[in-house]
Design a binder for this molecule. Structure first.
Ligand code: G3H
Length: 540
């Protein structure tokens, strides 16, 4: 199959799509506000898949359907519902005992499990995630919910005792903050939306969320489950353009937590709109340009396979992806051709193809952007080492290993977020360390080598620049019990199963001088279960 006048295309004729993976058009018209699925008859956004079909005019993106383009009015109605449900902390949800909130979240997780096939298929169609990765994203998200429930029980156990100091006795718990606005990214539309939304909810906040674009249709089956499992107004889902819906929410001053995974530029603009910035808790996951530093004594096979997985997992579209590789000169001669060979062997194809590694890119402008980055590097003396690398076929770009990259090339500093691996040879160990120190980002780094003493000379300065150094391994967020955060323009706040519960709550206590009268009051309150906050019950 060939694109007219060009190279072969991976995209099939529409009739050649396997029956098991065909996707019916979805015209989503409902959004969730105040416990109701409201129907929309206003303007809608057509959804074009990154997956193309071959036509006489070349590859054309498949039209998957449409979703509502809500505006300011609907966004503010969603906010009003969340504000009403929170009711200044007196609403049903924030005053529900922890066990009640856990039961609702567990019921939602159970309902969600039943929608696995639909959601996985939509992940494949909306963002071209391979079937295996889409299944992983779904299963990891459900596991995250289960683990969050377990972590909240732990937290509750730790807070169910009284503390006594200097004649004062008190109980310290974590209380919700208010209304949370949760916005996830297109690359992990389900997982990264839910890793803020679920902790926000389970801690007693009410939520407005907007699914990412692309990655919207897959929330259709889930908002019905949300309506059925949470009290009215506790979770509200809006659709549409971020520009039309998010600024009015932030300007209202009624958002208490802004959980956003995206660019620091957008985060800066949006957080500035809040009229009372000190009342706004920020939970941000932003850009990164995580480096791998491969020392001369590194295990070559291991470094190659980890750099490959780290740089090209989901086409390099992970915030944690390795986006630049520094290799010490004596090893570069062996490392570069080895890495190029495995890059060249990767299978480019469609999400349902067995063994596929590289799939089409959801961002429409990405192939042209990557082409610009490659042209710039090539003009400045680098080459694409793997034959056929960096070639666009509609929305698909074949992976490219670019070498030697150096300061001054755009690939050296820009976050490509795509299937391109810039490799920089170095002689002076200060080069990669200075790079990391000067970088506007500070999420993670990978360090490959065998000599502990030498590794320590890199590791120690790196831990003051990034928040996780991966020794002889790729950068990654998981396991989800580990803290996921970053310095500089990479993050604000920490997420992990347990840390997220803290990010969406505040330590609050009830304290009293330990007089006989106060002791009697507290004992009766506990014995007769008169307060939800003050309780020494053990949550099983
Ligand atoms: O895009 C950022 C994700 O949180 C990365 O997660 O390292 O598990 O792919 P991951």
């Amino acid at each position: 199959m060939t694109t007219p006048g060009q190279h072969p295309t991976i995209f099939p004729e529409v009739t050649a799509i396997p029956a098991a993976y065909r996707q019916e058009r979805i015209d989503q018209r409902c959004y969730l506000i105040d416990g109701e699925l409201r129907s929309w008859d206003g303007p809608c956004q057509e959804v074009l898949s990154p997956i193309c079909v071959a036509t006489a005019a070349g590859p054309q993106r498949v039209n998957l359907g449409s979703f509502p383009l809500l505006g300011e009015k609907e966004a503010l109605a969603a906010l009003a519902a969340a504000v009403k449900a929170y009711d200044q902390g007196r609403g049903v949800w924030p005053t529900l005992p922890v066990s009640g909130r856990i039961a609702a979240v567990a019921a939602f997780a159970a309902a969600m499990r039943g929608r696995r096939d639909e959601v996985v298929r939509l992940l494949m169609w909306e963002i071209a995630k391979s079937r295996g990765d889409a299944e992983k994203e779904f299963d990891r998200t459900v596991a995250y919910i289960d683990d969050t429930i377990a972590a909240l029980k732990e937290l509750d156990h730790a807070s169910s005792r009284f503390v006594r100091a200097d004649g004062v006795v008190g109980q310290i718990r974590r209380a919700p903050l208010g209304v949370a606005l949760c916005l996830g990214p297109f690359n992990y539309p389900l997982n990264e939306t839910f890793t803020t939304l679920i902790p926000a909810l389970i801690m007693g906040n009410t939520v407005v969320f907007k699914p990412p674009r692309p990655g919207t249709l897959l929330f259709g089956p889930l908002i019905k489950a949300m309506r059925d499992t949470f009290p009215a107004g506790v979770v509200n889902a809006i659709y549409g353009s971020g520009r039309a819906t998010i600024p009015p929410l932030m300007s209202s001053g009624a958002i208490d937590v802004f959980a956003f995974i995206g660019t620091s530029r957008a985060a800066n603009t949006l957080q500035k709109l809040h009229p009372r910035p000190h009342r706004l808790r920020l939970v941000l996951g932003l850009e990164a340009k995580n480096p791998a530093i491969v020392l001369a004594d590194a295990d070559l096979d291991l470094a190659v396979s980890e750099c490959l997985a780290g740089a090209l997992g989901f086409n390099g579209q992970r915030c944690t992806a390795l986006k630049i590789v520094f290799v010490e000169r004596p090893l570069a001669e062996a490392f570069v051709p080895r890495l190029a060979a495995v890059v060249a062997a990767l299978r480019c194809g469609l999400p349902w193809d067995a063994g596929v590694a590289i799939t089409p890119l959801p961002e429409e402008e990405k192939p042209a952007y990557l082409e610009e980055l490659l042209a710039d590097a090539l003009a400045l003396g680098a080459t694409v080492v793997n034959p056929g690398g960096g070639v666009a076929d509609g929305s698909l770009v074949t992976p490219a290993l670019v070498y030697p990259v150096r300061a001054g090339m755009r690939l050296y500093s820009e976050e490509q977020f795509g299937p391109v691996i810039p490799v920089v040879p170095f002689d002076d160990p200060a080069l990669p360390l200075d790079y990391v120190a000067a970088s506007p980002y500070g999420q993670q780094a990978s360090l490959f080598g065998r000599d502990p003493a030498r590794l320590a000379t890199f590791l120690d300065p790196l831990v003051h620049q990034v928040c996780r150094v991966n020794l002889n391994g790729q950068c990654q967020r998981g396991p989800d019990v580990f803290p996921f955060t970053g310095r500089k323009d990479s993050a604000v706040g920490t997420l992990s199963v347990a840390d997220a519960l803290r990010s969406f709550s505040i330590r609050t206590m009830v304290a009293a001088k330990e007089t006989p009268a106060n002791r009697e009051i507290l004992q009766r309150m506990l014995r007769e279960r008169q307060s939800t906050f003050l309780s020494t019950d053990f949550l099983f």
